[in-house]
Ligand binder design. Sequence first.
Ligand SMILES: N[C@@H](CCC(=O)N[C@@H](CS)C(=O)NCC(=O)O)C(=O)O
Length: 223
Amino acid sequence: MNIRFIYVDAPFWRAEIGRIALHIGNVDFNDDRISREEFLRAKETGKLDDGTIIPFRQIPCLNVDGQSINQTGGISRFCGKLSGHYPKDNAVDAALIDQVIDMATDITVLLSPSGAEKDEQKKKAMREELAQGQLARKISFLEELLENGEGDWFVGKKISIADIAIWRLMGWLTSGMIDYMPETLLADFPNVRRVCSNVEKHPKVIEWIVMTYPKTYTLGSFD
Ligand SMILES: N[C@@H](CCC(=O)N[C@@H](CS)C(=O)NCC(=O)O)C(=O)O
């Protein structure tokens, strides 16, 4: 099977779920990082410069043996099934993983209005309110899920695509790269921090970080 994972050169959760699942599972794939310019062109034309179709004109996009597939959820599940990080025959566990990934989307969408705000003072006020309000509320629901769960991972007793999604999403939110978003966002959520820390301690995740993340990336921020 020829797998090409198409995204820009950024470790955003939408792409990292699939890329990291494939990497951990030792599944061969082509990690195709297109330039921002090519992405903008694909948004206009629905195709990469080499003619590869980008359905819905958004990324990530997976191309499997010439067939293009879009949408983070579907791509992540496909990569998870191939790599052994998403169940093929346990519908309940699969749905439990899905609900976490959909929550990652809900959280991401919360950032959109402030991301589009041009007035810096208004943006600051929106982000501060978000961090203490809606965002903290949603993260507290993930915390609740873990308090009622089995411990080290969101679902079952081993790492799944749900854990990878939340680790990367939380890494982005607390990276200091989002204007006016406090790096202390997870201070009150020890269970979410623990899962993130568990993902970041996985030897294959460390290998991936060393291979693909900026040299300035520091391990251990969730401990
Ligand atoms: N529903 C899509 C959303 C993906 C998405 O918003 N991707 C961004 C880049 S991170 C994008 O392609 N934006 C361009 C657009 O939507 O026009 C998914 O779940 O994958």
